[in-house]
Design a protein around this ligand. Structure first.
Ligand code: MTE
Ligand code: LUZ
Ligand code: MOS
Length: 762
């Protein structure tokens, strides 16, 4: 049977009715205490003294914790142990947790936090990536991916452009903030409800902080109200603090962050600073490219190294770069420790080459789409990436052709040119940008997953797997896989919470691999049960077990049709095992982190988008008038969900590139720390005319039902918005000059870009 491509999200009704249970909705046990965090008020300082007398004396306060109260390891870093749970003597950013207050109510805990007296001895702070570059302040050594002879080719190229570029970061702004609820259990164990993409890592950090074995800690997550990468590693500090408090007091403890504290304490998408030097010929074909990228890692390593290597592996985007040098530096700064965010460095890598190609096209006075096409990866030649993986599944030509026609790109561009001639204030712009995104964790061993499938004697089915649900529809897709494999309706299948005592040693639900990995693992489990049932059916009814068909809640065996539930209950009585585990490991992956070469990706997902915008050259305001998205999700497991992912990713990227602005003052204090000062996309910011189509394709790789990952790649479709704005701005100088337009292209930046062109003599 095939999955139902229009099936709604398994929790859709619960989401809209408000009945879906998030961590904070779990009924509180008697005696539950609440925790709040005291955050550093200095970007970089030694702590000379912490006086918590007034905090302890405040109404409702039960306990106060500092670093010395952590019985085990004071660390929750995902890769390198440089991430203290509570600062110990040294603070490295404004917002870093220093102490925790446990009180009878959240309000009491939070207001007591303000009564702390901390004496700091301030140290010099590094705040920006540029500053980190100047001072060579890095969390890990620079990475370098190199091929061919970029230096020589730069000298021999007909044209050459050098430049620098800054692209801003982004707050994940999951609607449900970070939260953990830790419940002490018997014999020194804990059950922790946590809003996390990575239950296993939470389990290990909690166990480490408490000197417990992993088996003493169970972490459970039914769903998150969004994660977007922000709960891949950074849920750990909250899980640890709640658990340490619960363990110490032997009472349930909830730690739910206020939105302001969430902004101040947690890392975001890395902002990037780039310096590039590129050579190209008369046709705009790139002959050589050199780029240095500095990302703002923040005060600790966190996931910055794999983010940086994904940026390196996406600088090529859809383009063949024969001679390249790509360097990435993880700048250590005294700001929040940046982390995963949808795309995981991929968007930041790819946007640089798009900016460069946009420059090249304008320099040559050529249509950017033509220049892009000429640089696309070839199908049989010019198809090896800078990191040595061969691109075997390239559909970018067909996909872009289809979109160019369906969006009527060239005719609309012509009309926009005409419009701009007669419109002195409002200027329109349009751009088409492609996407190629590598799928798999770029750390090979993480590409594994496990699942458990239980068939109960009434024929209902429970599936549990290592993936977490954050709204992306993973549980729906995995239930569909199990239903399709066993030939039953999806209403028979329920997905349970993700719990570390069911499937062990799981990877984060990340890198868009949730359905690829867990879908395959669940299918493996379901296939084993199916094989046992087929053997049993053949025994009972005769015929070959290979010939038994499972379809539409029936089992067709040797000419008879038996109800699935009937066969199952008979099989139980015959002592047939009706549950199974399943496992999957992505084949064929390799990666050398020293040389940055190998086959890090199982396959690539492709897409392209055309955006048309209007800007007001007097106010800098911008509106997306129309967006046409065409995206490759292979043979979709669920088109309804995948279209949601494509549209959601595009809108989230639009927010990143246009109005979501993170602003730190010269003391390193984040001033945009709540929706009052940080604007995320709202319904009004959606394109007036919004057209999303899934590209008709089947994954060449043997993925689950030949589908492709849909979570992160569509975010890159939003590049088209930035370049459409740049096109509109360029009209002010009759398209003769490359406007400097960095992201986020806020009204302020658009206005500055327009003003810069207006003041030029041309
Ligand atoms: N969609 C929703 N609704 N909420 C989320 O938090 N996270 C994104 C993407 N889509 C996210 C989302 C990110 S960062 C990733 S890596 C993938 O979903 C993870 O889920 P998947 O691997 O099952 O696609
Ligand atoms: N690699 C990756 C990773 O490509 N995506 C991720 O989310 C990730 N997380 C941890 C380590 N490597
Ligand atoms: Mo997604 S950034 O891989 O959680």
């Amino acid at each position: 049977m095939k999955p139902d491509k229009q099936l709604p999200h398994e929790s859709a009704e619960l989401h809209v009715s408000g009945e879906a249970v998030y961590t904070d909705d779990i009924p509180e046990l008697t005696g539950t205490l609440h925790c709040a965090l005291g955050l550093s008020q200095c970007a970089h300082a030694r702590i000379i003294n912490i006086d918590l007398t007034a905090v302890r004396a405040a109404a409702g306060v039960v306990d106060v914790l500092t670093a010395k109260d952590i019985p085990g390891t004071n660390d929750c870093g995902p890769i390198i142990a440089d991430d203290p749970i509570l600062a110990d003597g040294l603070v490295q950013c404004i917002g870093q947790p220093v102490f925790a207050v446990i009180a009878t109510s959240y309000e009491a805990a939070r207001s007591a936090c303000g009564k702390a007296q901390i004496d700091y001895d301030e140290l010099p702070a590094i705040l920006t990536p540029k500053q980190a570059l100047q001072e060579e302040s890095y969390v890990v050594p620079p990475m370098h991916c190199h091929r061919g002879e970029p230096e020589e080719k730069l000298l021999s190229a007909a044209h050459r452009i050098k430049g620098e570029l800054s692209i801003g970061g982004q707050e994940q702004f999951y609607l449900e903030g970070q939260i953990s609820y830790a419940v002490p259990k018997e014999k020194d164990s804990l059950h922790v409800y946590c809003s996390t993409q990575h239950p296993t890592e939470m389990q290990h950090h909690i166990a480490g902080a408490l000197n417990l074995s992993a088996h003493a800690v169970t972490v459970e997550v039914r769903r998150m109200g969004g994660g977007f990468g922000g709960k891949e590693s950074q849920s750990a500090v909250f899980a640890c603090v709640a658990s340490i408090a619960a363990h110490r007091l032997q009472r349930p403890v909830k730690l739910r962050l206020d939105r302001d504290d969430d902004f101040m304490a947690t890392g975001k998408r890395h902002c990037f600073y780039y310096q590039y030097d590129v050579g190209y010929d008369e046709a705009g074909i790139i002959q050589a490219a050199k780029i240095d990228m500095v990302l703002r890692a923040g005060y600790s390593t966190d996931l910055s190294p794999p983010v940086a290597s994904r940026a390196v592996c996406h600088f090529d985007n859809a383009y063949y770069l024969s001679d390249v040098s790509i360097r990435a530096m993880c700048g250590k700064t005294n700001t929040q420790s940046n982390t995963a965010f949808r795309g995981f460095g991929g968007p930041q890598g790819a946007i640089a080459i798009e900016y460069i190609i946009d420059d090249i096209a304008r320099n040559l006075g050529q249509e950017p789409l033509d220049v892009r096409r000429r640089n696309f990866y070839g199908k049989d030649s010019r198809n090896t990436t800078p990191y040595q993986q061969v691109v075997k599944d390239n559909v970018i030509y067909e996909l872009v052709d289809q979109l160019e026609h369906s969006s009527d790109y060239r005719r609309r561009k012509q009309k926009i040119r005409e419009f701009n001639k007669h419109s002195p204030v409002i200027k329109k712009g349009i751009a088409l940008t492609p996407v190629k995104f590598g799928i798999s964790f770029n750390v090979v061993h993480l590409n594994q997953a496990g699942a458990l499938v239980h068939v109960y004697t009434d024929g209902s089915i429970m599936v549990n797997h290592g993936g977490t649900e954050m709204g992306q529809g993973l549980h729906t897709k995995v239930a569909q896989v199990v239903a399709a494999t066993l030939g039953v309706g999806v209403s028979r299948v329920r997905s349970s919470s993700t719990v570390t005592d069911k499937v062990a040693n799981t990877s984060a639900t990340a890198a868009s691999t949730g359905a690829d990995l867990n879908g395959k693992a669940a299918q493996d489990a379901a296939l084993q049960i199916k094989a046992r049932l087929a053997d049993f059916a053949a025994e009972q009814y005769g015929g070959q077990s290979e010939a038994v068909v499972f379809s539409e809640d029936q089992v067709l065996v040797n000419g008879s049709a038996v109800r699935f539930s009937e066969l199952v209950s008979a099989a139980y009585e015959a002592r047939v095992q009706l549950w199974s585990d399943g496992f999957y490991a992505t084949p064929g992956l390799s990666w050398n982190q020293e040389t940055l070469t190998g086959n890090p990706f199982y396959y690539f997902a492709y897409g392209a988008a055309v955006s048309e915008v209007a800007i007001d050259t007097l106010t800098g305001e911008m509106k997306v008038l129309r967006a046409d998205l065409l995206h490759d999700v292979g043979n979709s497991l669920n088109e309804a969900i995948d279209i949601g992912q494509v549209e959601g990713g595009f809108i989230q990227g639009l927010g990143w590139l246009t109005f979501e602005e993170l602003y730190w003052n010269d003391k390193g204090r984040l001033l945009t720390h709540a929706p009052s000062t940080y604007k995320i996309p709202a319904v009004n910011d959606c394109p007036v005319d919004f057209r999303t189509t899934l590209f008709d394709n089947e994954n060449q790789a043997d993925t689950i039902f030949r589908s492709k990952a849909a979570g992160e790649p569509p975010l890159l479709l939003s590049f088209s918005v930035l370049f459409a704005i740049r096109d509109a701005v360029a009209s002010v100088a009759d398209y003769q000059v490359n406007p400097k337009l960095e992201a986020p292209a806020t009204p302020e930046r658009i206005l500055q870009a327009v003003a810069a062109l207006q003041s030029m003599d041309h």
